[in-house]
Ligand binder design. Structure first.
Ligand code: ADP
Ligand code: MG
Length: 481
């Protein structure tokens, strides 16, 4: 199997559509919640009735500005909306209101681990409805299509990147980072499977060393991180094989099929002039004052990279910090713990260890578990005071996640507190020594490692409750006799 990566380099630019988490649509006042009964979230505006006028939802503009600021973009004082004409049955007006040459966000960048990915622009637009193709195939046979206009008019922010990515991994990291930012600032729930975040992927290849970009193909229908990586890798090989055979890649839109794992041609690439863009006459241009921008800036929550830094300063490793930051619910939970002055490193060990494993297995988020902040703080306190051992705390946290039982009551009820009095541990130590003459002889003969064996036996006997320092002391004392 030849690997074309020694010969060609890929160039990737992404267009990410983020559905803004507003209560109502971008130009109409009905809701846009996912999963409602078909055509229940519509109005005369969405249906494109004659004589109706769009009214811009201010919240969409607020969210676009917030996003622009988080992506280091410039928010121009002036922007406008344009009409993009095309016929499609799920777009009753016959045109989409979008932004063409004067978008709300210009320029910017997103930091991924090894570089900055440039942002070209981000613009506001309305989504189309959904077509459901049903019935058997056949020319005018029993096949038919249904249209659901609930999604029509849902606000989208299209974020266009520069062609700065050079591998599927960089593309993946870019989308993950972007998704995290959008979720933390609360503008998009970032659900790729439900389509609230969609990435169109532009990819071209060029011989290594060549400056000019090759001709790109745009891949649509990529709806998970896994398919993003697979689609890019597939497309790289497809284009390399064309060039190897002396052919030319054509500019076109291709569809990714997750089942077969291939892309196929959907349509030739249209040019901007095909859409006959012109300024939307039903909407005023948008003037955004510096005061407005400042107002939004003041509400900017802590961004994921800032959280990463803060956690590392609090003593977490880069890896642990990233595990927490990459799961927003976990991070918000962790922040509440930190407010209660728990030891950051200890709390994070539980969160990234037993707790993360449990949540993953149960497929729930920490909020859906029964581990309240106060109860967790109590458990950490029992550990800190030496009342319970680390291992006991670890098994208790899993139990509390399930049952929600009070940590202190649980420790008392089950008698799990650490045994710290000599009179209880000494007989156990003596018994173990008496029961294992061979090991004792070997230990005395120089096999120091056997000390761990005796500790293990004593822990087994006490169900992990022996105070480790005291146990070590007594074992040494008795063995050295
Ligand atoms: P359009 O609006 O027609 O899709 P744009 O110029 O806005 O075209 O580019 C869309 C995306 O394609 C951008 O993310 C850009 O970075 C990317 N892109 C442009 N040229 C190339 C190329 N040769 N190879 C890969 N990506 C490209
Ligand atoms: Mg495009």
């Amino acid at each position: 199997m030849s690997n074309y990566k020694d010969k060609y380099e890929m160039v990737i630019g992404l267009e990410v559509h983020a559905q803004l988490k507003t209560n109502t649509k971008i130009f109409a006042r009905e809701g846009c919640e996912f999963g409602k009964n078909p055509n229940t979230e519509t109005s005369t505006v969405t249906l494109g009735m004659p004589g109706v006028l769009p009214v811009l939802n201010k919240e969409c503009v607020n969210m676009a500005i917030l996003t622009g600021l988080a992506l280091n973009s410039t928010i121009p004082k002036h922007c406008k909306f344009d009409r993009k004409q095309y016929f499609y049955p799920d777009l009753p007006k016959g045109y989409q209101i979008s932004q063409y040459d004067e978008p709300i966000c210009q320029g910017g960048w997103v930091q991924i681990s090894n570089k900055k990915i440039g942002i070209t622009r981000a613009h506001l637009e309305e989504d189309a409805g959904k077509l459901v193709h049903a019935g058997a195939a056949g020319l005018y046979g029993s096949s038919y299509s249904l249209v659901d206009l609930n999604r029509a008019g849902t606000p989208l922010l299209e974020i266009v990147s520069e062609p700065d990515m050079r591998s599927s991994e960089e593309a993946r990291e870019y989308v993950e980072t972007l998704r995290n930012i959008l979720r933390y600032i609360g503008v998009c729930d970032g659900n790729l499977e439900e389509g609230s975040m969609r990435a169109d992927c532009n990819i071209s290849i060029r011989p290594i060393g060549q400056k000019e970009f090759g001709t790109r193909a745009e891949i649509k229908n990529v709806n998970s991180f896994r398919s993003l990586v697979r689609a890019i890798e597939y497309e790289f090989i497809r284009q390399a094989e064309i060039l190897e055979e002396g052919g030319k890649v054509i500019q076109e839109t291709r569809l990714w099929d997750d089942n077969s794992g291939v892309t196929s041609s959907m349509r030739g690439k249209e040019d901007a002039h095909d859409y006959r863009y012109f300024p939307e006459p039903d909407l005023m241009p948008l003037e955004i004052s510096q005061e407005w921008i400042n107002e939004i800036k003041a509400k900017m929550p802590e961004l994921p990279n800032e959280k990463m830094e803060r956690y590392q300063k609090a003593g977490l490793s880069e890896y642990d910090a990233s595990v927490i930051v990459n799961q927003m619910e976990l991070a918000l939970y962790f922040d509440k713990l930190l407010q209660k002055n728990v030891d950051a490193k200890t709390a994070s060990n539980f969160l990234t260890g037993e707790i993360a494993a449990y949540l993953k297995e149960e497929k729930i988020s920490i909020e859906d578990s029964k581990l309240t902040i106060d109860n967790f703080v109590q458990l950490l306190d029992l550990l800190k005071k030496g009342i319970i051992s680390n291992n006991i705390a670890k098994s208790l946290v899993v139990e509390i996640l399930k049952t929600g039982e009070d940590a202190k009551i649980l420790v008392d009820k089950k008698g799990l507190s650490v045994i710290s009095d000599e009179s209880s541990i000494l007989p156990i130590v003596q018994k173990i020594i008496a029961d294992n003459p061979e090991q004792v002889a070997a230990y005395k003969g120089g096999k120091d490692k056997l000390f761990g064996f005796f500790v293990g036996q004593a822990m087994k006997e006490t169900k992990g409750r022996a105070n480790p320092q005291l146990l070590n002391k007594l074992l040494k004392q008795e063995l050295d006799k």
